[in-house]
Design a protein around this ligand. Sequence first.
Ligand code: HEC
Length: 131
Amino acid sequence: MRFQYRILNILLSTTILLGLSACGPSPDPSSKAGNGASQSVASTPRSRMPSDSALKSLYIQSCYGCHSSGAAGAPRSGNIADWAPRLQKGMDVLLHNTIHGINSMPPKGMCIACSDEEFTQLILFLSGQRE
Ligand code: HEC
């Protein structure tokens, strides 16, 4: 009799715990508001492309997937507000972080064949310092 009571008790508390965890905080839709409002270039990051055709194909194959849309918090192509705090680190640090990766940014930005010079040009393009 006693044993059965204990089982019932455990079952009950598990149900309560499960019920509580289902009531966790829901995502706040307002946190996304204003996204894109800081857009400070005329062309959108999606349509912006390097003028050099070789650089353009490297860009499309690698950086574009994340940096055109700002996926996973990537600073958007040509967006001055997104890039200002990054540029303060200096080009050496940006190149190092591109090659070795930083947080959700994968090492080499998925361009295994890119040279240091090509990375430098891609960073200059992304940060709006060259077309
Ligand atoms: C899979 C998505 C993804 C791809 C592909 C990608 N990036 Fe990134 N990148 C990110 C994210 C996310 C960040 C922001 C990382 C952070 O600071 O948390 C970032 C940040 C950066 C930064 C700023 C680093 C710093 O120190 O602030 C540079 C420079 C950069 N990326 C260059 C590139 C280049 C060049 C390419 C293409 C060769 C590329 N990325 C491809 C996702 C990506």
